[in-house]
Write a protein that binds this ligand. Sequence first.
Ligand SMILES: Nc1nc2c(ncn2[C@@H]2O[C@H](COP(=O)(O)OP(=O)(O)OP(=O)(O)O)[C@@H](O)[C@H]2O)c(=O)[nH]1
Ligand SMILES: [Mg+2]
Ligand SMILES: [Zn+2]
Length: 284
Amino acid sequence: MKGQIVKVHSNNYYVSVNGDTPIKCSARGLLKLKKTEILVGDFVDFENGVINKIHQRKNSFIRPSVANVDVMAIVVGFEPAPDYYLIDKLLINAELTGVEKILIVNKADAGEELFNSLKDEYSKAFDKFFSVSALSNIGIDELKSYLSGKFTVFAGQSAVGKTSLINSIFGFSLKTGDLSEKIVRGKHTTTYSAIHSKGDLKIIDSPGFAVIDATPEKDDLKYCYPDFSDFEGKCKFRGCVHISEPDCAIKQAVEKGLINENRYKRYLEIYKEVLERGKLYAKY
Ligand SMILES: Nc1nc2c(ncn2[C@@H]2O[C@H](COP(=O)(O)OP(=O)(O)OP(=O)(O)O)[C@@H](O)[C@H]2O)c(=O)[nH]1
Ligand SMILES: [Mg+2]
Ligand SMILES: [Zn+2]
């Protein structure tokens, strides 16, 4: 039988067939031997509680650890303060797979300042922006109708309100956490990814995280910036990576304010990181 993994928890895989109540399964020895990780969102063949085969994936992510999604929804809020590097790196990895990228700015009950500044800074990077409040139900209906019929993953820092949004969208009462407790004790409330679905809505709630790697090779990083695309190919040197080359169209566009300067500055830092990582791998 073919089904979809809706939850992975301590070597148990929960498989749902056509949205039905999930069946607890284990993985066939061979899959374990190959160290093939089975991800939430994977389509699998299973029989008598044993998964035999993972179907080819449309896409997959390491963090959050999910497969086959249509939309990467990055969730932020005014508290905890957004980690812009984390947002950029999530976007970079999403760009490599071609999934749709949306920004959900939660906690709008506290104002729309953050939403407006992020919308400005990331205007080219996201396909769509939402200002919502899980607690006050602001913007939830619009978000729901947009996500209807798409398979979405909620990703982002701990305590931004991913689970609170799931509760508000589906009318559930999943466990949410207290911000101060998370900051003081570094405690995450959601500890594993799981698909939640009802009608046409299908969303993965994932555990919050603080660090991820940008996965592209250094020369490909620039292609993960839609901000640059209008100016690509206009630099003096072919193969310009827009770092220190002369007559760089990207740098000129930054100076003219046509590309957001903060995004570009972080690009330089992320490029360095990717470069260092490449050197590290080359040692082995
Ligand atoms: N003011 C305000 N607070 C909110 C809103 N949504 C969530 N919160 C609060 O944010 C805190 C964290 O909420 P969670 O939903 O547990 O956050 P999470 O992103 O799922 O966190 P992890 O599971 O650890 O990744 C809780 O104290 C919520 O009450 C909102 O719309 N406005
Ligand atoms: Mg959560
Ligand atoms: Zn250039």
